[in-house]
Write a protein that binds this ligand. Sequence first.
Ligand SMILES: [Zn+2]
Length: 378
Amino acid sequence: MLERCPVCGGAEATRVSRYNRFILFDRVPDPASAIYNYSLCHACGVVYAERRPAGERYKWLLERFEETLGRTDVGAPRPGKFALSSSSLTDEAREQLRRMVANGVFVSGTRGLARKDYLPSLMNDRLASSMHVEILGSLLPLKAPRVLEIRSRLGSISAMLQRLYGASCAAMTLFENQRFLIEEVYGIPASCPIDFDAFSIPFEGRFDVIISNHMLTHAVRPKEFLATVRERLAPGGHLYLYQEPMEGEFLDRGKSMFNTLNPFHLQTFNQPSAVRALEANGFQVIFCTVRDDLFLAIAQAADMPGDNWKRMSDSQRSRRRSAYRVANDTAILRVPEHLRAPFAKDWDAIVERSLANGVATRSKDGRIKVRKVEEQAT
Ligand SMILES: [Zn+2]
């Protein structure tokens, strides 16, 4: 249990939600694993899990990674997305991957190769990642930079920076098969896994650019994560942060908050809070934007980090508290009937409130239905 905000160290916070996605599961690792007590920090405005797994418990949950994300049962082979599955690699699988990647990243349709003879995910990932290289190349002077990619999927951003800007890169991946492919396909040194609890960088020296994919959301100790990154940036170096989910998904666009906050999502934010999170940790944001409810930013390590960042205003805080209250109510109303026991005590009050403020309606058979966001707006 945290006493202070894990991002800025702020001492005051308001609890905005009790549960993570496990509350929607029929089977969970244990009853405590569903209770995270998400809290809104009054200073930086980040919403963080006040209760979070660390140490051995985090490892225990991580080992059940795909199972706990509701993707598959333990031990069952995962369909598709071969290159990204978390299973470890046998010698046989290594050989098979080697044969496939020998056909290259950009496999022309004219070659008539069968799907089993190459790895389409290599090209797909290159295309899906090109946006980030466009942003980096347009906004930063990239002259043969030294680059570290954290939580790289298949080394695509590094490969593009190498091709276009003569970058020398290193990559950190979650899984052994990703690590293997990045070295095999691009010759880029790669390491795995990534420790979200005691984060460290297993490469020597400093980097001009550190690229971080979906890490701030997951870091067990975000302050320490950002300090480690900052320490390893060359003077004037830049952090590029991307794929950080915003609270707008469930506050403004009608998704269930419980379903969105999976047990590895330990932080969420809006754009100003994400910027404050960086400022509070010695970074100056030089560019940021939100696309598809995902935050991305380029931030420069400040020469003289100070405590002079601007705290969230009282009016912003109260606006977000109200929005979280509604999101919590509607998430509860959407919980399947057989899982509603934890909410029995508050149920009637929630129904009454939600009918009164128009986020829910009562149908003829007496059921409570959360209105779609488009309907609520009218
Ligand atoms: Zn904070």
